[in-house]
Design a protein around this ligand. Structure first.
Ligand SMILES: [Zn+2]
Ligand SMILES: [Zn+2]
Length: 339
């Protein structure tokens, strides 16, 4: 089969690789669509070893492992090909999502879905299944957005956000905008979105953000103070992952508020933890998914991720797709059309 093989920084080549074999606990998916994730851009810029990335995928099942009884050839599915070890402290307690050696697509033993076919473990990881059927008439493209929507949903649920809370979303990329869709679907009354690119800010406005801050022109901190009569936001979703926005997130959160860290940081940060001490802040990580909840939001049209797919590239041009995702001002989600 053909696969998009990463060789090093910004070097992706379409190559022939051996077809994947079906594992007893897994399926083989003929991949239709695979989205480029912000988290894929870090290895794209920095990777030094050969690998096949891709974890936001959908397609058709073409082979089913002998231990899988609930899925069949021909099923249309969305999937995330992660594999826990099943032996560590967390796995033995059934909390496989916390596995200490959880493998993600792109590891040498678990290639991802920027390929014609992908071998995907069918597992229960925490509260969700790694392979889920797409309800009709959900498109494959929507299916490939289940994963980022599911991350946003998991983060919002973990933070216990209430509809009357003032929520600030810092960073209006795919996850930030998915978070806005989730918050508005649940009826959140005051959502402030801060971002830098005009296309993203427009989408934030179009999808009901109550205040939109152009971070290239305006200072978020006094705006949040004014909107909240000086108190600060109840919850801040940090989706940008850079030191300056982390600092902002801390500064705009009210006493006893929560900062949810969603963006992946490429560099370490220096900050004074006394701020968190004095403000009684809670910092939350967010590695988790809610696939069923995301599917429900999409299939009931309460969240529309189609509008976030800004670019589509054919499989042969996967590298161009990565360049677009990395550099184009108007890129939110670049979708690689595998088949
Ligand atoms: Zn992703
Ligand atoms: Zn484990």
């Amino acid at each position: 089969m053909k696969a998009a093989v990463f060789h090093g920084p910004r070097d992706i080549r379409i190559e022939d690789v051996p077809d994947p074999e079906v594992q007893p606990d897994g399926i083989i998916m003929k991949v239709r669509d695979c989205g480029i994730c912000g988290s894929d851009l870090h290895p794209y810029k920095l990777a030094s070893k050969k690998m096949i990335l891709g974890h936001e995928c959908s397609g058709d099942i073409v082979a089913v492992g002998s231990n899988v009884s609930h899925l069949y050839e021909g099923d249309r599915v969305a999937a995330i090909g992660i594999r826990p070890c099943r032996e560590c402290y967390w796995c033995r307690r059934g909390q496989t999502q916390n596995c200490v050696t959880l493998q993600w697509p792109g590891s040498p033993v678990l290639p991802g879905a920027f390929a014609e076919y992908a071998s995907i473990p069918c597992l229960r990881v925490g509260s969700f299944d790694t392979v889920v059927k797409l309800p009709e008439p959900m498109s494959y493209e929507q299916g490939a957005t289940v994963e980022p929507l599911s991350i946003a949903l998991f983060s919002i649920t973990s933070a216990g956000i209430q509809t009357q809370d003032t929520v600030v979303i810092i960073g209006a990329g795919m996850i930030g905008l998915c978070a806005l869709l989730v918050l508005k679907a649940m009826g959140a009354s005051r959502v402030i979105v801060s971002g830098r690119r005009s296309k993203r800010l427009q989408l934030a406005r179009d999808n009901g953000a109550d205040v939109v801050v152009d971070a290239a022109q305006e200072d978020l901190v006094p705006i949040v103070r004014e909107v909240t009569s000086g108190a600060g936001a109840d919850v801040v979703l940090e989706c940008a992952g850079v030191p300056a926005t982390y600092e902002q997130a801390i500064r705009v959160t009210r006493k006893h508020g929560k900062v949810v860290l969603i963006g992946i940081f490429e560099e370490s940060i220096t900050w004074n933890p006394n701020v968190a001490v004095a403000q009684n802040l809670t910092l939350l990580g967010c590695l988790g998914e809610d696939f069923p909840g995301a599917l429900d939001l999409l299939s009931t049209s309460r969240a529309d991720t189609d509008q976030l797919i800004t670019h589509r590239v054919p499989f042969d041009l996967t590298r161009d797709g990565f360049e677009t995702q990395l550099t184009a001002d108007d890129a939110i989600k670049v979708m690689v059309k595998i088949a």
